[in-house]
Design a protein around this ligand. Structure first.
Ligand SMILES: N[C@@H](CCC(=O)N[C@@H](CS)C(=O)NCC(=O)O)C(=O)O
Length: 320
């Protein structure tokens, strides 16, 4: 990580733990919003008007938080308006690196070697982890936002005048329900699998893994329509999907969330496939980056050996 703009040699690829060994994720620090007219959004400063080709999204395809922004970009038809740069799937001693791995890119803006160089470009005194996703303003050369929840939300409305869309990922009428379920899904499922995988005590693992499966059971029960709120696709579906699609091939093994697979949940399996088949979504899922990335986490898998399966995920991705 960076401290006062300097990369730390004794950096820990595993994020923080509390006194009982529970995994703690860092809070994001760049929180500006792109808006149709450049006015300020719910957090941060104004000055980021929606313009085609002005903003670039930096992502890792292994990363569920980055993937949710990529899916929103695809569902809103913003591929031609917001270009994307993909980092290599494995975290190095200096964090995310550009180029050299199939399907990954060089940094087209500054020729950076590592993602942390963008952070110090944005703030020479930056202290924190150099995470993805990052939304970058190519006009002012500043970081707009590095919080995927904000990016997911702003892509829903910011570009509506440039690229009108029928998709509405955050319908205000059910906004409160979306926020409530998002919170639970984030804490117990999206981040729950990480809490399970990076727990450094049996107690922390037991707590986290039971919350993961309680949440999956709850979602399986709640899914009576096509989407979690019935007929209407929302951002909550995207947030759930990014964890489901990684579950059987990565989390089940590397994070020890192995009580059941998603394949054991009939409704969740069908739901995952339904979302995978939405226009543009399949292109955001790169199982090679995902399994390579997770199974190269040295703290959990020192020799980096990647398991062979499971076949049902390979077959599904071939079929879609
Ligand atoms: N709150 C952030 C979290 C993003 C995050 O934790 N990204 C991970 C990859 S999945 C990362 O970049 N980790 C690098 C590090 O911790 O140094 C968001 O949702 O945008």
């Amino acid at each position: 990580m960076l401290v006062d703009g300097k990369w730390q040699e004794n950096w820990q690829p595993v994020q923080k733990a509390d006194k009982d060994g529970r995994f703690v994720r860092q809070v994001s620090s760049f929180r500006n919003w792109i808006t149709p007219d450049g006015s300020a959004g719910p957090t941060g400063e104004g000055g980021f008007k929606a313009e085609a080709g002005r903003y670039r999204l930096y992502v890792a395809l292994i990363c569920p938080w980055a993937s949710r922004t990529l899916i929103a970009r695809a569902l809103k038809g913003l591929e031609d308006v917001i270009p994307v740069t993909i980092v290599n799937p494995t975290l190095t001693d200096q964090g995310w690196q550009f180029g050299g791995y199939p399907g990954a890119d060089e940094d087209p803006l500054f020729g950076s070697t590592y993602m942390h160089e963008l952070y110090t470009r944005a703030d020479p005194e930056f202290t924190g982890r150099a995470t993805v996703p990052v939304l970058w303003d190519m006009k002012q050369n500043v970081m707009v936002n590095n919080e995927s929840a904000d990016i997911l939300r702003m892509l829903d409305t910011a570009f509506e005048e440039l690229v009108p869309s029928d998709v509405r990922l955050f319908p205000e009428a059910i906004g409160d329900q979306i926020e409530t379920l998002n919170k639970r899904v984030y804490d117990k499922l999206n981040n729950g699998v990480y809490k399970s995988g990076f727990a450094s005590s049996q107690k922390a693992y037991d707590e986290a893994v039971s919350e993961v499966f309680e949440t999956l059971d709850m979602l399986e029960d709640k899914l009576t329509g096509d989407y979690i709120f019935g007929d209407q696709l929302t951002e909550t579906d995207i947030r759930i999907f990014v964890t489901l699609i990684r579950f059987d091939a990565a989390y089940y093994g590397i994070f020890k969330t192995n009580r059941r697979q998603i394949a054991d949940y009939p409704r969740l399996s069908a739901y995952m496939e339904r979302i995978l088949r939405l226009p543009g979504v399949r292109d955001t899922v790169d199982m090679d980056h995902i399994t390579r990335g997770y199974y190269s986490i040295k703290a959990l898998n020192p020799n980096g050996i990647r398991p062979v399966g499971p076949d049902h995920i390979t077959k599904l991705l071939e079929a879609v």
